[in-house]
Ligand binder design. Structure first.
Ligand code: PLP
Length: 496
């Protein structure tokens, strides 16, 4: 299957391995299928299929340049003992809603689903394209992508990972995870700025032609592990299909019934995968876009204006502290019927003026499919407490954003469609907030010490992934100015 850029001509295409290696298109756009594929499954197949089978099916649908054997081994490597639940994605029911738990991988957040797979795809893509340069995975992170990509690529031959994260903008556990990853090909560097500063600078470095030439001459080539990479997005479609199948299997719904998904959203990757699942024919009624106080998307879905000119908040759901949601570009591309000139113009307005407005027609399409609202930090804590008090189920602050917004939506809209809340992180990844929410007291400690405190409160077994947090000593933090990111990369790679 061929891919093209959201901002480029449809004559200008490349195949999936090339799109995965490049990560971002050189015109600043994102890669999308030249023609969106038709489903290679029937709805009634889904209840019978395991997570791995669905993953292999979706990957072969979108990435048909990989052989069956390559896909099979990739799926087996990506979803095996590093997961603490054999089903990969367990689904829980609490207070009449379903919680799709995506955090049973090695770094305790949903990013593992895609970032255990992306390195598998990347190394196979490099073989197919017969590339002999080292691939440099350049990544901006609001916390979870950094750790998950370091973990996924650790000691993978021919790859190096350089992660930039906002100083003070990630949680203590995320910081410890990033600074204690083991692997001779991994770097994590703090920048003085927020996630958007890091992401903007990474995009700029990607599109700096002179720098790219210099890299190539030194035997390197950039790629990205952000959800801007299509190789990261596609594996995320699988859990929507799998969960639907499991709900049918458990007789919670009948085949063909519609469901809603509430998705705690930052860069719009997760919810876009849900939209793609809907395009493949999954009976989704509403995708509920849940934000924290950085509620750009709430406003966008409710009035059609995307306006990033607002205060940036550091919140207790830090992986969603984002004002420029990159993957929204892929949604707009679809809603504007693949008009790449229109997309280039909107994205240009966003960069130049900080805002844009969609057409009336596009706005009404958006409103058919999406609902949107946000939760404040206090509402997040109250939601953790509400769910805990109901039946002792513990959710993390990001999941709580989704859960709160889902609950509000159900009360306001009277929509009785079964609701799945996308659960994106383990509560032990954000122990300070969860402890305070549940006990009503400030957590006296942070980081791994706070995990102990929370565990004392909750009891039960800690998963392997959580216990691993106690193992390694972190490196010292390195902090630079965003304007020095390019120079820092040069120095890490010893560019001449
Ligand atoms: C990354 C992340 C999100 C946001 O997902 P997007 O795909 O960026 O919208 C939500 N919750 C957690 C825990 C995350 O790590």
């Amino acid at each position: 299957m061929k891919y093209r850029s959201t901002r480029g001509s449809k004559e200008n295409t490349l195949n999936a391995p090339a799109a995965i290696i490049q990560g971002l298109a050189q015109d600043g756009g994102l890669y999308v299928p030249l023609a969106f594929p038709k489903a290679n499954f029937k709805l009634e197949d889904l209840p019978k299929l395991s997570y791995k089978q669905i993953s292999a099916m979706i990957i072969s649908l979108f990435f048909d340049d990989f052989s069956k054997e390559q896909i099979k081994s990739a799926v087996i490597n990506a979803y095996s003992e590093q997961w603490d639940d054999r089903s990969i994605v367990p689904i829980e029911k609490h207070d009449d809603n379903f919680y799709m738990e995506l955090f049973h991988g090695p770094t305790l957040a949903f990013k593992d689903i895609a970032l255990q797979m992306l390195p598998q795809l990347m190394t196979r893509a490099v073989q197919i394209k017969k590339i002999d340069r080292d691939i440099i995975i350049l990544t901006a992170t609001s916390g979870d992508t950094g750790t998950a990509s370091m973990r996924g690529f650790a000691n993978q031959n021919g790859t190096q990972v350089i992660v930039f994260y906002p100083e003070g903008g990630v949680s203590p556990v995320q910081l410890k995870q990033m600074l204690s990853q083991r692997g001779n090909n991994l770097r994590a560097i703090a920048i003085k700025g927020n996630f958007d500063d890091a992401q903007t600078e990474v995009k700029k470095i990607f599109n700096d032609k002179t720098f790219r030439t210099k890299l190539n001459q030194n035997g390197f080539q950039f790629s990205s592990a952000n959800s801007m990479n299509i190789g990261r997005l596609v594996p995320q479609i699988s859990y929507y299909l799998y969960t639907y199948g499991q709900l049918v299997r458990r007789q919670e719904i009948k085949l063909g019934d519609k469901v809603n998904f509430a998705v705690p959203t930052g860069n719009f990757g997760d919810i876009l995968a849900g939209y793609y699942a809907k395009k493949l024919g999954l009976p989704i009624n509403k995708l509920v876009c849940a934000s924290n106080e950085n509620n750009v998307l709430t406003d966008f879905f409710n009035n059609g204006v995307y306006d990033k000119r607002r205060k940036f908040h550091l919140t207790n759901a830090p992986a969603m502290d984002i004002l420029v949601s990159s993957n929204l570009e892929r949604l707009l591309f679809d809603l504007y019927q693949e008009d790449s000139q229109e997309i280039a113009s909107l994205m240009n307005q966003l960069t130049q003026r900080g805002h844009y407005q969609v057409s009336g027609e596009v706005f009404s399409k958006m409103q058919d499919i999406f609902a949107a609202a946000f939760a404040s930090e206090d509402e997040v804590k109250a939601e953790i407490k509400r769910i805990y008090d109901y039946d002792r189920y513990v959710i993390d602050p990001h999941t709580a954003v989704g859960s709160y917004v889902a609950h509000q939506y159900q009360q306001k809209s009277k929509d009785k469609t079964p609701m799945v809340i996308v659960s994106t992180a383990s509560p032990y990844k954000f122990p300070e907030t969860v402890y305070t929410a549940i006990t009503g007291r400030e957590c006296p400690q942070t980081g791994v010490a706070a995990i102990k405190k929370l565990h004392d409160e909750l009891g039960g077994q800690l998963s392997i992934g959580v216990r691993a947090l106690f193992d390694h000593e972190p490196h010292k933090e390195m902090i630079i100015d965003p304007s020095n990111m390019e120079a820092e990369i040069s120095s890490i790679l010893n560019l001449k």
